[in-house]
Design a protein around this ligand. Sequence first.
Ligand code: DAH
Length: 341
Amino acid sequence: MKEQLEAIRKSALDAGVETRTAVDLEAVRVRYLGKKGELTAVLKQMGKLSPEERPVMGQLANDVRAALEAAIESRSDALAQEAMAARLKAETVDVTIPGKKVEIGHKHPMYTVLDEIKEIFINMGFEVMDGPEIEQAEYNFTKLNAPENHPSRDWTDTFYLTEDSSILLRSQTSPMQIRAMETYGVPIRMISPGRVYRKDEVDATHSPMFHQIEGLVVDKGITMADLKGTLNAVIREIYGPNTKTRFRPHHFPFTEPSCEVDIQCHKCGGVGCPTCKGEGWIEVLGAGMVHPKVLRGCGIDPEVYSGFAFGMGLERLAMGQFKISDLRLIFENDMRFLSQF
Ligand code: DAH
């Protein structure tokens, strides 16, 4: 039995040293120390030994087991270290390789202008309101005092969503005047920017979708002087403190009197040039005193309250500010264009 044990010790230690992987090492452990292993098989024969031999062989068997366990553990550690070294070598990170550049976007130029304008109005005590782009004809036209035969009601001008012409894509932000007065009552000071839709062919100055900013002030004692003072102040914030303005009579169904507001061409100083199409002046917005019929329709007594409203095109403002020559550039999302701002 002694020879058997020594043979096991030698062959097990040799086998262990030769293993290259943890799996092989485990196989060696099972082969010698497992339940059906060679050392275990020898130990099962202990009963056959004489009482004198038994403790001697028991001691030797324990020594062999301890030696095998120690050898397996140290081989296991060595294999783990080898594996780690191999991984470190295989997975080295080259910190000198240039990283991937993350492109960070920025605000669209039109929204830069919109945010500036919102800021100007918020500083003057206006609230900013949002409204539906799918609108009722009632709000887009009727409550705004547009007569039944008004050309903008025509199917060739407006995108209707129902056969009976009752629902449409709003053609102006003016319906927000009605919604604001109906929802919040008076006094009120608000602007409402948003998308509007018209059946326009696309060219350098037209698009079937564009943006307007509507404005409305209603309170006791509001006059045309408030309209002029407010709009002059806003225009000078946007275009510079020395900007000259001109208020021309005009017609809108929902205001009376109505006007269009021009600024003197900043390019030519009013002489006439391509920027102002030879006019010397550039139209920037429409405005007027809220029509008494409109106030009354919203449950507001025009004998007590009065107000003014205005509407301006956002694209035109952005084009002026950033010297953009073609409206289409604003919507095309071409990075070569957008990255300039
Ligand atoms: N809604 C008008 C348009 O689309 C613009 C406008 C003119 C709005 C006068 C107003 C206003 O509030 O008072 O042409």
